[in-house]
Design a protein around this ligand. Sequence first.
Ligand code: EPZ
Length: 418
Amino acid sequence: MEAIHVHGGVSLQGSVRIHGSKNAALPILAATILTKDESIISNCPRISDVYQMLQLLNALGCKVCWEGNGIRVDAGNVTQSKMPTEAITGMRSSLFLMGALLGRNREVVMEYPGGCVIGKRPIDLHLKALEQMGAVFEEKEGRICGKAPEGLHGAEIYWNISSVGATENIILAAVTAQGKTKIHGAAREPEVEHLCRYLLACGGDIEGVGTDCLCISGGKALRGTHYTVPADRIVAGTYVLACLAAGGCVLLEEAPAQQMTSVLELASSMGAEYQKAANGLYVQAPERLQGVRELITLPYPDFPTDLQSVALTAMTGADGECLIEETIFENRFRVVEPLREMGADIRQLDAARVIVRGPTRLEGREVEAVELRGGAALVVAGLIAEGETVVRGCRYIDRGYENICRDLRELGARIYSV
Ligand code: EPZ
């Protein structure tokens, strides 16, 4: 799929099922190598980041196969600790295998996962914490080589930055380490909680699940288990905001509404009505979008950085001015330029803040996605723009959405991909 064509001006109606969460599935798939038993991870999304993770697990010696929307992983024979470069390029979640391989094989060799357009994406928190647990790292020909010859041991870790990936990486290392590891300042994102629940089901010993202070008692043999990945709260949030932007009334089946409080609070402030139901989340857009004065991205449970670009797009149709502040990543306003080309009134105050003024009418244009969530935001812009919008660079969108065209078509959008 190289380009998405959207004909705007159609409000959304109907229902769509929200697929499994990318950011929950990836660390859990990495965790499957911590036991020699088989695990079955159900409700995995069919997205390119999951395909890349399976390629990595395969290269390490795992047997992996899809069974419906589940993946069976047999990690009985993880003999490799060197990750193939082609599988890592551009995919940060290979990082989760660092902690898992140090735990399983006491060594790891991998490329630096590298930054991306939204930020430098450093890994200092990961490396320092693993060094506290007994790992030693050196750089050889641009690759990170880590060893823990005596095996990993517990440590007391203090963070003043909330890092989802670092928290997940250290949890994976700590369940195999000898002794207790305490993480003060752990990320509280739901995906961290689901990783903990998978490991508890495998026989792991983790206290403080869901809080910012985790205590992991390592060294226990882990068994395989069957775990179901939750629906993707960012995909569901994307479609809540798409409904606000385009108008209409939708049912988002299986949407994890209890993990979407900050998004639903924003929707309410903009005049939407919603109802949590047994089978999902109903959202009714208002006739006219009310503006909000300010929106700040913060770690969970506050407003997620991954929905900032889509919220910015929806704000172009709301009354008044809104100051949007991005506090998590240093370069997450790449969508501003194409939105301006479509007619949006957005002033960038500095790297972290923009002011969007509405309502403005957007005109369909040919635009380019350069990263995952900005790409989704351009598709949403196409839903509200007059005429046809063509979004190129869809490979970025495929990393996190199984099929955004299929989903939005089910909600009545006039959208197709070529
Ligand atoms: C995870 O990325 C998600 N990815 C991101 O989703 C999400 O935006 C991000 O968490 C924040 O919620 C996955 O779960 C696969 P971080 P991660 O470490 O773990 C700084 C998407 O669209 N930091 O929580 O890489 C970092 O620079 C993706 O699905 C350090 O300084 O993010 C950032 O400013 C995009 N040193 C902040 O922490 C480190 O060692 C939060 O990043 C690590 C991070």
